[in-house]
Design a binder for this molecule. Structure first.
Ligand SMILES: C[S@@+](CC[C@H](N)C(=O)[O-])C[C@H]1O[C@@H](n2cnc3c(N)ncnc32)[C@H](O)[C@@H]1O
Length: 93
């Protein structure tokens, strides 16, 4: 069976190229907020980082068909010795 593939270089916070409920699967490995080795200065603070993830989570929910799967490769964030469970963000309404 032939399949078609389209590569979009865009911003995950606003995926207007993708219609509502058009996707069957979303897999991502987003930047960590405070990984010491990369993305220096990408996020002004942890609040802004969470804002990016919230926009991205909303968009993911919009583009996925009902009952489909979102795969998020991410660790809890360690900030000043305190662990923040990022995954929980996606279980809240
Ligand atoms: C941990 S890396 C994942 C790399 C990818 N899994 C790979 O193997 O190349 C996170 C990626 O997210 C990208 N990124 C950061 N902010 C983004 C955004 N708002 N929209 C889309 N991608 C973003 C970064 O440029 C980086 O390539």
């Amino acid at each position: 069976m032939a399949t078609n593939h389209k590569l979009i270089i865009g911003n995950c916070m606003s995926m207007e190229e993708i219609p509502d409920k058009a996707a069957h699967l979303m897999v991502t490995s987003p930047p960590y907020f405070n990984a010491p080795f990369d993305y220096k200065g990408l996020f002004k603070d942890y609040g802004q980082y969470l804002g990016v993830l919230r926009y991205f989570a909303k968009e993911t929910y919009r583009v996925l068909q009902d009952g489909r799967i979102a795969v998020l490769n991410i660790d809890d964030m360690l900030i000043d010795g305190e662990k923040f469970p990022i995954g929980y963000l996606y279980e809240q309404k």
